[in-house]
Write a new protein. Structure first.
Length: 147
């Protein structure tokens, strides 16, 4: 079984790219603190883990996360290889994030901006709703018999 669950902070802004076939992929790295305190420094050490995500998840990470954002991710470890410019074989180990949860709360300004967008009336609506007016219905207006 190949399953990874991590909680950490992004060490840089996510980088969104699109493949030649039009599929979105985002690369990012997270710092995950270790459970123990380093006796020499008095601080917790961290592991820096390269990650990537695909499609809609990739687009959401790029849109809503930035350096310092805290996330929880569930995914799998992937090892791939490639030949560098000098012809040397290089190996890359990374986590493919299948599910990501954003743990950093939204900034107050972002929440207010979203609320304003929701509260604005829709200009393209041609129906004027006034819920205080009474509506009179007759039996002819109903799509069924009431008897």
């Amino acid at each position: 079984m190949n399953k990874v669950i991590l909680i950490g902070r992004l060490t840089r802004d996510p980088e969104l790219k699109t493949t030649t076939t039009g599929v979105s992929v985002t690369t990012f790295s997270i710092a995950v603190e270790r459970n123990y305190v380093n006796e020499e420094t008095g601080q917790r050490d961290a592991d820096f883990i390269n990650c990537l995500s695909w499609r809609k998840q990739a687009e959401n990470i790029a849109r809503y996360c930035s350096k310092g954002s805290q996330i929880a991710l569930e995914g799998r470890i992937q090892v791939r290889s490639y030949d560098d410019r000098d012809g040397n074989r290089r190996f890359v180990t990374e986590v493919v994030a299948d599910n990501v949860t954003f743990l950093t709360p939204k900034k107050k300004e972002e929440v207010e901006e979203q609320q304003e967008e929701i509260e604005e009336p829709q200009e393209d609506s041609d129906v004027d709703f006034n819920f205080e007016d009474e509506i009179e219905l007759t039996e002819d207006d109903l799509p069924f018999d009431i008897n």
